[in-house]
Design a protein around this ligand. Sequence first.
Ligand code: ZN
Ligand code: ZN
Length: 362
Amino acid sequence: MSYASLHAARRARLAAALPEHGVAAVLVTWPVNVRYLTGLSSSNAAVLVGAEGQAMLATDSRYAETAQRQCRDVEVIVDRDVAGALLARAGAAGGLAVEADHMTVAMFGRLGERLGGDPSARLTPVSGLVEAVRAVKDEQEIDALRRACAITDEAFSQVVERIAPGVTEREIARWLEVRMTELGADKPAFDSIVASGPNGSIPHHAPSDRRIRSGDLVTIDFGARYGGYHADMTRTVAVGRPAAWQRDLYELVRQAQQAGCLAVRPGATAHEVDAAARGVIERAGHAEHFEHGLGHGVGLEIHEQPFLGPDRTGRLEDRVPITVEPGVYLPGRGGVRIEDTLVTRDDGPELLTLTTKELLIL
Ligand code: ZN
Ligand code: ZN
């Protein structure tokens, strides 16, 4: 599929979702969503997609030439006020959806003024419209994600050899980030987490100057971004000979993670995948030591639909990249988390992060 028809196909899927919201078009202003629908990566652009999938793209002069080169199948309007320019051209007859999660109250009011008064008479704020379309990936997106995960695996294999007593959490994080960039990543997918020893009980610990000691478990949560797509992987390693409780904790989380991965399939509900992993941890008496959700979608954003958790609704579809990341966190002692990025497939999930889940003893 050509570059242009790829984005046209995405816009057609979005257009098909418009009637259920009672609107004839949608004004997309969130940069990630504009990129998804047109290919244009910018900090100031908007796209208006109509019920037939027809589209108009607005951006300012900084991105105009890129837009005209890359987005040949859409009309490009050059104006700094991207949303206003699209509204002026297209109007809001038939009802116009706007992105409730991203449009500011000020912008909503201003667009309403352009329409001559009460914005809610013509504009319909809708949550998660493009995000729901984005949850199911095309193969080009999965290829980018597979590459992001391969870079992540390779960076880990090179850096893990350097983890030893005396190095700091911040050093490990920096080594990973440098290696990922050298291996072709756009940049790190998010701020890396390196949590050693007692810091391991904090799920989102920021790397500190703490030096690794023999006897530590070290949890490393990081990923590469490639072609705009975000990989996400966590491994917990042991430095020096692990104590019995550390081995037991690791084995428990490994089994929970495996159970979660096995539950990832098209048709599974978000809470049943969560329950498959959480049940293993609960039966071991650690329910209160695993308080976060089991996983999240990844794509053009590091956290995106769908989300896996006890209170989450909805079913997985085919070709949905998702993380499975149970953890057990023991305050004052440490913790273990293991996370993979995988993709739902009709014939069983495709694992994208391939680093071993055997306990590595360094
Ligand atoms: Zn992660
Ligand atoms: Zn994650």
